[in-house]
Design a protein around this ligand. Structure first.
Ligand code: MN
Length: 408
């Protein structure tokens, strides 16, 4: 990433603070024998993939002061871990001019503490019976020695920035979505009844890695038959039966931006009449909800309308007789913000603004019929309305059957 992208973000964040309020952000910890994935708020503001680093920014006398603390390189460890980011590299990538080593953190922060009113940090949400987050653990000495300093979660300050995507961010998301789409096509071109769900997962991950992407955005769901009625089924270890519908809820991550796509298809290649009826019902609702999207509409409006529409469809499908029973076959939200987190910051009650990216994902789940259908697209809110970023991934019955027909 470049300083032109991240410096204005920090500038905006710090200028939204009161005087003598500070931000302390902790990078993700280096994980041994595990792929590194940077903490999203830290990455958003610094552009650095450097583990263990700490960002400190403060609005002092109405101007901004910033420090970046990074690990000191140790020639003996380099044999094992490779080279560490140097201060010059960190400065060039982030645009932060004061780059020092982590062993100076305590001294520098101690000097500022008597004057600080509030610290916003990526403290996370931990249950009270869970261990402290790393950020809370590191901030504890400050909390104990300077009890007048309020420590608050950065989310409320950073959400307004992160939920409006820049053109550059939309390009990253688009890439994650396009690669995910290609992987879904790979699956449609190669999946056969009798395969294990994880074989389909592997086809998609092969596409992700071959495209130069490193991570899933979230644990992929490949759910056949009855498994599709388990909303967060992640085992992906069952054999796919001849007449099963397969629900895939998957997304690659690119530059920490996560796609989130659901598609459902019949492994036989052809939807049965009943599968077709249920699928068409979900697709009608999904299209109707997408068409509602424009600035000023709230996520709650979308959810309310989804429940109404699905209730009507369920009555048509003879699954319920009263609209109030809709929760029996549809029990989740229709939308969430999408971005660096798959369930991105922005909240469940937000009013849509241009630059938001949300998912639209209605579903109907009928365990007694071994049917679960979810169709999910990623949608950018524009000045005029919306743009479906995943519009190239087929979802019409005729399109899906056509692709499946061409299988070996
Ligand atoms: Mn989703």
């Amino acid at each position: 990433m470049k300083p032109e992208i991240v410096s204005p973000r920090r500038e905006k964040l710090l200028s939204s603070l009161q005087d003598m309020d500070a931000v302390i952000l902790f990078a993700a910890r280096e994980a041994k024998l595990e792929k590194f994935s940077q903490e999203n708020n830290f990455l958003y503001l610094t552009g650095l993939e450097t583990p263990n680093a700490i960002y400190f920014g403060i609005k002092s006398n109405h101007s901004n002061v910033e420090y970046l603390f990074i690990q000191r390189s140790d020639p003996e460890r380099e044999v094992w871990e490779g080279k560490k980011t140097t201060p010059e590299e960190a400065k060039a990538q982030s645009g932060i001019t004061n780059v020092v080593f982590l062993d100076e953190f305590d001294g520098i922060i101690s000097n500022w503490c008597p004057a600080i009113n509030r610290i916003y940090s990526n403290i996370g949400h931990q249950a009270i019976n869970a261990p402290l987050s790393y950020a809370m653990f590191r901030l504890k000495p400050i909390k104990e020695r300077y009890p007048q300093i309020a420590i608050q979660c950065i989310t409320e300050k950073i959400s307004p920035l992160r939920k409006i995507k820049s053109e550059w961010e939309i390009m990253q998301l688009q890439k994650a979505i396009d690669v995910t789409g290609k992987g879904i096509l790979d699956i449609w071109e190669n999946a056969q009844a009798g395969m294990m769900e994880y074989e389909l997962e592997a086809m998609l991950f092969y596409r992700i890695q071959r495209s130069g992407l490193k991570h899933w955005g979230f644990a992929p769901i490949i759910a056949s038959g009855i498994n599709a009625a388990t909303l967060h089924y992640e085992k992906n270890d069952c054999q796919i039966g001849t007449n099963d519908l397969v629900l895939m809820d998957v997304g690659a991550s690119y530059m920490n931006y996560s796609a989130d796509i659901s598609r459902t298809f019949p492994i036989s290649g052809v939807f049965s009449e009943r599968q077709k009826d249920v699928y068409s019902a979900v697709l009608r609702v999904q299209k109707e909800i997408i068409s509602m999207i424009h600035p000023g509409v709230s996520l709650m409006d979308l959810q309310k309308r989804t429940r109404e529409l699905i209730a009507q469809e369920l009555i048509e499908l003879k699954l319920i007789t009263e609209a109030s029973e809709v929760g029996k076959y549809y029990m989740h939200g229709v939308s969430h913000f999408l971005g660096m987190d798959t369930h991105d910051v922005g909240g469940r009650t937000a009013i849509l603004e241009p630059g938001n990216v949300i998912t639209v994902e209605p579903g109907i789940y009928i365990p007694e019929e071994r049917i679960g259908v979810r169709i999910e697209d990623d949608v950018l809110v524009t000045e005029e309305g919306y743009c479906v970023l995943s519009q190239n991934i087929p979802k019409e019955i005729s399109e899906i059957e056509e692709i499946l027909k061409a299988r070996q």
